[in-house]
Design a protein around this ligand. Structure first.
Ligand SMILES: [Zn+2]
Length: 459
């Protein structure tokens, strides 16, 4: 099992070979799957993101089947049928097909994609050249009946759809930060619809410029080893904050960190009462500047009475959760956040996508690798340690991962990898247990001791 996971991690971490990058101003014909895409040279087309596109297609396909069935059951049209027995070829499902907005389309990559329950795709771009290419590509691929080109400012287009003709799926894949599109997108999506958001400004999200990150996402990032997961959690809290303003809230289906970007797939629901739960899904992070230990301070907590389990009382937590100096090494803390600390993925949905992803996709093996690792991730333990950082802090050689994982399991706690880092240790074990284990390893292995003047958990 362990070896299998390592293999899957390799697939998950492998990045696509860079090919076909269009640096010239000459028109270029690109083929991806069964689609032919012509770009006029100045239009942005990124072949490295083929994995991203393939995964998005798999996720939208799985989502659209679930969503359409849910809607049919809600509208009681299928009340006599069993949920599982409703087939995607059912004519009433086809009639109720989904509408997708590619808000920043550039080149319409969805053209070759055959969604089972698709009504219409709106491919929008603000660039006239890009829209001309989109129109040509629609004709070349014979998809005039389902794809519509739109030349508009993406935010304006989404604001026009916030009251009527909302979309079932909106895809935001900007170059850089998506935050300016969030306010309009959370309004232009139907109840239970799917929002796909990409962020490529990883330097900002990973802690290189906390001030810029706060101005864009409303959260302070930290330069920690689990910065990619923190970036995902910052983006999710940002989407949730925008949704909450309109009495809506998010449910993440899959949150992914790959190559040079992060991408989240979230459903948007309405409910003013449910928005009250947001504070209990957010936390500040206390991060020790000496040993990288992190402690979470929730913004809100939920209490239930013993006799009335279904009655929830909201309350404010006490704090701070960490002392002024780290109990392990004596160094001060940095404070970051707030970040999303509810689950990053929906376990059932991940399994669904894994089972239904098409083997014909060029990046199928990588999709399988990433989703298999995601499936095994602990959902209720935000952030993670890395083996090399734990060992680097106390100046010992790195043990095999199996030894540390076994020690954590033997101490009675859970442990998993994450898809973001090969040496990640995601666990519900408290930091004192982790450092106890590392101290044992240090005693066992330190035949020589490096001279160090910096305090750490073994001094
Ligand atoms: Zn410390």
């Amino acid at each position: 099992m362990f070896l299998n996971l390592q293999k899957l991690q390799e697939y998950a971490q492998s990045s696509m070979e860079v090919k076909n990058i269009n640096n010239s101003n000459e028109p270029q014909l690109i083929t991806e799957g069964s689609a032919k895409i012509t770009t006029s040279g100045k239009v942005f087309y990124n072949p490295v993101q083929e994995f991203n596109r393939d995964l998005s297609i798999s996720i939208i396909t799985t989502f659209s089947k679930r969503y359409t069935k849910e809607n049919l059951i809600k509208s009681n049209k299928k009340s006599t049928k069993n949920y599982e027995n409703i087939s995607s070829t059912d004519t009433s499902i086809q009639d109720n097909g989904i509408t997708i907005l590619e808000a920043l389309s550039a080149t319409v990559y969805v053209m070759q994609r055959k969604y089972p329950v698709l009504k219409k795709i709106v491919a929008n771009d603000i660039s006239q050249t890009a829209v001309r290419d989109i129109k040509n590509n629609i004709v070349d691929n014979n998809v005039e009946d389902i794809v519509e080109a739109s030349h508009c400012d993406a935010t304006m287009l989404m604001y026009q759809h916030r009251r009527e003709k909302q979309f079932d799926v909106i895809d935001l894949d900007p170059y850089g930060c998506p935050s300016i599109f969030l306010d309009s997108s959370v309004q232009a999506i139907k109840e239970g619809g799917l929002l796909l958001v990409t962020a490529t400004d990883m330097a900002v999200l990973a802690g290189n410029s906390p001030e810029t990150c706060y101005s864009k996402y409303g959260s302070i990032p930290l330069r920690i080893k689990s910065c990619h997961e923190m970036a995902l959690r910052i983006l999710l809290q940002c989407i949730e904050a925008h949704a909450n303003r309109y009495g809506r809230y998010i449910v993440p289906l899959i949150s992914l960190s790959a190559d040079f970007y992060i991408r989240v797939f979230v459903r948007i629901f309405s409910g003013a009462h449910k928005c009250k739960f947001t504070t209990s899904k957010l936390s500040y992070v206390y991060h020790c500047t000496g040993c990288d230990t992190f402690t979470l301070q929730p913004l809100g907590i939920l209490k239930t009475k013993e006799k009335q389990q279904n009655v929830v009382k909201f309350s404010i937590p006490t704090g701070p959760p960490a002392s002024q100096k780290c109990v392990h090494c004596g160094h001060p803390h940095h404070i970051g956040g707030p970040i999303w600390t509810a689950p990053l993925h929906h376990p059932d949905f991940v399994v669904d996508v894994l089972n239904t992803a098409s083997e014909n996709l060029a990046t199928f093996r990588r999709i399988q690798g990433v989703l298999s690792v995601i499936k095994e991730e602990l959902m209720d333990t935000p952030l993670y340690y890395t083996l090399e950082k734990l060992c680097g802090t106390i100046h010992v050689e790195t043990p095999p991962m199996l030894i540390i994982r076994s020690a954590i399991l033997n101490a009675g706690y859970r442990v998993s990898f994450t898809h973001m880092n090969r040496t990640s240790i995601k666990t519900d074990a408290p930091s004192n247990v982790i450092w106890d284990i590392m101290r044992c390893w240090e005693k066992k292995t330190s035949c020589f001791k490096k001279k160090t003047y910096r305090r750490h958990p073994c001094i």
